[in-house]
Design a protein around this ligand. Sequence first.
Ligand code: NAD
Length: 532
Amino acid sequence: MDSRDQANGLPRTLLAPNIVGDRARKPASGAFARRNPANRDDIVTLAPESTREEVREACETARRAQREWARTPAPRRAQVIGRLGKLLSEQKERLSRFVSREMGKPVREARGSVQEAIDTAEFFQSEGRRLYGQTVPSELPNKELFTYRRPIGVCGVITAGNFPIAVPSWKLVPALLCGNSVVWKPSEDAPGTAALFYELWKRAGLPDGVLQVVHGRGAGGAGEFLIEEIDAGHIDKVSFTGSTHVGRKIGEVCGRNLQVPSLELGGKNPLVILADADLELAVEGALWASFGTAGQRCTSAGNIIVDKRVMPLVERELARRAAQLKIGDPLDESVSYGPFINERFLERWIAQRATGLDDGAEILLDGRRIAKGEEPPNFSGDAERGLYATPRIFKNVKMSMRIAQEECFGPTVNLVEVDGIEAALEAANGTPYGLSSAVYTRDASLMLRFKEEIRAGMTSVNNSTTGAEAHLPFGGNGWSGNGTRESGIWVLDSYTRWQAVNVDLAGKLQKAQIDLVDTREGEPLALDEFVT
Ligand code: NAD
């Protein structure tokens, strides 16, 4: 990996190569610059805009490499994952600081997301010694039945930029462990992080060709080219994390090729505060769920649904504490959140204000882009060069409003008033999404009711909507995904196919079902009299 000095005393720029064929490639076409969202003068990474031909070559290389990799015994494949986990641990601080600089999440959170990748590697290292199949009793004598997990082939992986190391690890680790090869199109918001992650895979001993990396844009670039390879027969499985809009398009292509993709998509996550809740805990959870990572998590809270008996207190406390959040330089250990990841998210967040007001919502706390000369007192960033904003809270929001229905992906949240658990559940289930959810209550029967009736794939009781663990299934329903799950043992079903094998030791042809025919006629049926 190469790097160069920047003017103005800024840190060096990383040159992130494509990994096509057996080695790192200099860009065949143009390169794009990834800038630090906290300081747009800082070019963090230069990465290639991959061509259609490069993406195809990556798929062909991955196809060749996959055969040998699948023949490598699973426990030995898992040793690579184990070494990766150790290398991630050794490099944790350096990686976390780089993630923070490249995509803007506070370094404390970046450490957590690198830790998530370490946890994932640790979990799947042991899974390589399991990857269990079953022995199944046969209905015929002298016959054995078995099931085996088999790799699917070449996986096309496309990821978003908000968790640039944790989410790719959720896909790459199990896909490779199961004996697949991968062509990865990382987010254009984090190409440098992808390059560092790739280097660790190589150091861990991953053979050449098994993991290919193609950088570039999504629409009209490497992402779309990779999806075209499904129709061409070069990709056997897609794993995608990103917006519902793009996921739907990918799902259509996979559908006509009779493939089941893994689609982890957007969310409009409800956090419910019932009348009996521990309000101190609930407001703390709501604040973190809404404004952690500047609201740029798929599991960020979108709608805070509050019982009318406690709404005045929740409104007052949430607004008071949100106004005090420290915003600024993500490398500052004390900030609550940093900048937007990119201009696209900032622009959508700016437009959301007018949408809310048009729909009749009221502003409880007016979030604004932080401009030079208008910095709030608790701000530690560079307002001129960074993409920062203060938190926005809407009140008197109805579930029919667009701001209650559409994901925004920024520091904004809606307060929706309800009366009791029935109305709370109706509101919480009142969007097309179903990723994460939370309820705050002290009443065990209300907890049970919420767990049973909420449609989300993930539910917290007395905890924030955010926060995953590497051994618990992660994923959503409705517009949040197609029902596949990441993490833990459940993800193995996404990267393997079941093979059923029967071994007949009878020395003569035995026919299941047919050789066991029971010829007794049984009692006549009432309908027999209609049979002519
Ligand atoms: P996005 O869908 O625009 O981009 C995600 C990835 O897809 C990027 O690598 C991008 O280059 C690529 N891409 C874009 N258009 C493409 C196309 N036409 N064909 C192929 N690839 C294409 O998503 P975003 O807006 O950058 O990221 C935020 C979204 O991701 C939010 O909706 C968020 O909720 C979601 N997300 C979901 C999860 C989850 O696990 N459910 C996790 C993180 C983020």
